[in-house]
Design a protein around this ligand. Structure first.
Ligand code: UTP
Length: 271
């Protein structure tokens, strides 16, 4: 059973400046709904019972978003507006599942994951990066099924154009399982076109085993001086741990860059 999900939210969001200079990007609306709510809906729809947000003091606004009862109660008392009542109930529901841990210095995604070490109960847990939205399918749900079936860690993947591999973490195929799933034996962060072992890119959905914490404890800084989760995954694979890449069928939307963020809203509006 995979019952817990973690969501790293402690990054600076520099690619979305100036929108993120005072406001967390995860609360920015994508077609009228805060980005983080799409991620929460994906988790809840895939049967997740506890969601751990990794935030920082600077992103305290995310916690407040779920605890602004007085405002809602006062407005509902005055207006009795159905839409606002519905929105408030939705927030109250989310709140039952969400827990917060802190990473006050953004030392990288690997360091963010390490902050959840004492909270993870089962062998496997789900991690979602909120910049990556996947629509038309519940990618997490599919990955949970695969993990259960194969007793393995799973990483989401998407085929990209050969010339674009330099922007992504690229997977190296070890053995095909079926049309949409294969075992991997390496991940190379932003390789050159010649270095890239495939054109399958890593997308922000992961089912990780608790073993990752043992690696993260000693994981050294990588590119850009940050501790990357992909480097820790690479080390786990080197220790002969199984990792499956799942090529999802849904549509990928990149909400972390300015052009991607703008396009995501339009895509969701059209769908
Ligand atoms: P990114 O590095 O892609 O995003 O992290 P960022 O740092 O928020 O934004 P840019 O690159 O400056 O524009 C991927 C995810 O990991 C989280 C981020 O919040 C984001 O959701 N993260 C990143 C952490 O929680 N802690 C970190 O130290 C770094």
């Amino acid at each position: 059973m995979i019952r817990q999900a973690i969501i790293p939210l402690a990054g600076l969001g520099t690619r979305l400046l100036p929108l993120t200079s005072v406001f967390p990007k995860e609360l920015l609306p994508i077609n009228g709904k805060p980005g983080i709510e799409y991620i929460l809906d994906e988790c809840l729809d895939s049967g997740i019972k506890e969601i751990i947000f990794i935030i920082s003091k600077k992103k305290e606004m995310i916690r407040k978003y779920f605890y602004n009862d007085k405002l809602f109660k006062d407005v509902i008392k005055k207006k009795n507006d159905k839409r606002i009542i519905h929105e408030y109930k939705k927030i109250l529901r989310y709140r039952k599942f969400v827990k917060f841990v802190y990473q006050n210095e953004p030392k990288g995604t690997g360091d963010a994951v390490l902050k959840t070490k004492n909270y993870i109960k089962d062998k496997y847990f789900l991690m979602l990066l909120p910049d990556d939205l996947i629509t038309n399918i519940n990618c997490s749900k599919e990955m949970i099924k695969i993990s259960k079936n194969k007793n393995s860690s799973v990483i989401a993947s998407m085929k990209v154009k050969k010339k674009d591999v330099t922007r992504w973490g690229i997977l190296s195929k070890k053995k095909k399982i079926n049309k949409n799933n294969f075992f991997i034996n390496n991940i190379i962060e932003k390789p050159s076109v010649n270095e890239a072992p495939s054109n399958y890119a890593v997308i922000g959905r992961y089912i990780l085993s608790k073993d990752i914490f043992k690696i993260l404890k000693y994981q050294k800084k990588g590119k850009g001086g940050e501790i990357h989760i992909t480097d820790a995954i690479k080390n786990l694979i080197n220790k002969d741990k199984k990792f499956i890449a799942h090529v999802f069928k849904g549509k990928y939307l990149d909400c972390g860059s300015m052009s991607g963020f703008i396009k995501s809203g339009i895509e969701i509006f059209k769908s």
